[in-house]
Design a binder for this molecule. Sequence first.
Ligand code: NAP
Length: 487
Amino acid sequence: MTLAINVAGYADPALHAHGLYIGGKWEKGAGIPVINPSTGDVLAEVADASVEDAARTVDAAEAAATGWRDTPSRKRAEILRRWFELMSAHSEELAMLISLENGKALSDARGEVAYAAEFFRWYAEEAVRIPGEYRHAPSGAHKILVDHEPIGISVLITPWNFPAAMATRKIGPALAAGCTVILKPASETPLTAYAMARLGEEAGVPAGVVNVLTTRNPGPVVNSMLADPRVRKLSFTGSTGIGRVLLAEAAKSVVSCSMELGGNAPFLVFDDADLEAALHGAMVAKMRNAGEACTAANRFYVQAGIHDAFVKGLTGRMAALKIGPGCDPATNCGPMITQKAVQKIDNLVSDAIERGARATTGGAPLPGNGYFYPPTVLENVPVDAPIAHEEIFGPVAPVYKFTTEEEAIRLANNTEYGLAAYIYSTDIKKALRVGKGLETGMLGINRGLMSDPAAPFGGVKQSGLGREGGVTGILEFMEAKYYAVEF
Ligand code: NAP
């Protein structure tokens, strides 16, 4: 395959396309600049789809729908498996592309590509295991047969923080289920999505099964697709605010919704925790993607007996991180996605400091053209400060002291979110007891990383609806059909 253009002088031509991908055709287009957050430079321009383009894309997804639904699941699985292999073979170019347009450190970008590709491998394996049911009606009158059918054309909307993984986590199960899809990636990070679509084409994904649209006007463009009766599924990953807007919009046509929304993860450290393990886990849970992760530890609740040692250890580790351009292999902490994101973090930190918090490292934005905020630890943070209630989405670790187990659970649950939580304790019985009390969809016990394609990912409360990944992820793209059979 010929991989087109260079990105900003990188000698190895990246997997790179700029135009809409509709019905297996690459269209020319421009209008949305893609910025390198490490420098503020424009990397490329991608197409700006209109409502009319969206309608053509639904036509293309519809034209491919019957053929794909009727493709044997073994064949669908083999295409997904080839896509996994191609992503793995092109992992360095993809990682560089992610790093350039998102800013994340190359090591994080490599981790993302491996994680993202795994969704294709996992769903290649799940495609041939779609479940059904056969039961006897309790009345004895008939038999109950339950089949699962592809739900239909699916609109997939993804955020900028994991431009590859958030797309494969949706495309993998949708294709395995037999659905055709329209992917709308975030405007900040469209290049990765287009690059992956190129690999999908090479893997043998038929024309129209996967379509990619970028637009400056996500509201009207997505709303027009949701209003089209041929679209039956919306799978969204992004902020809770936009999620609420989309749920209301989808309600008008009663479109099935899976929502992966914001988080405000508590990280609980008990006196009996292994300090080194807790610090290691804290760095993983806080600093993957420089804190720009929905599962990022957003509030550190540390028991009084271990509090000071934890703050000291965390401060040392955070201060030692190397800040720099994402694509520099020496970088541990890349830039934030935009200057606006830096400003938001700065406001939260400044406000906490005004309320009595103390920065033991970091605490103010860094000058320069890129959008840098340094790794920061805050101690003595009041539990009612806005930083305890909003997603920081940056490299800032606010630490709060607690005394009792009950207090820790109450503080941890004091949020509208319920995506992820972490507990460090060597008393596993206590960890499980506390875990039971936490309002969360996912829980790391003595572990700072929980994402796994083989596990159900998702949140409770205002963190979302439904689960991605695992054995149930494919059912988000299927409808149960019940046959009452008498014989
Ligand atoms: P966002 O602002 O909600 O945007 C997410 C996506 O929605 C983007 O593609 C965006 O397009 C699109 N969008 C914006 N307005 C829309 C509208 N009116 N109609 C339809 N689509 C619209 O979120 P973000 O800033 O990209 O991502 C960060 C958020 O995602 C955080 O809250 C984070 O916690 C959450 N997240 C959750 C998970 C999870 O699995 N739960 C995973 C990752 C991230 P444009 O880019 O063109 O505006």
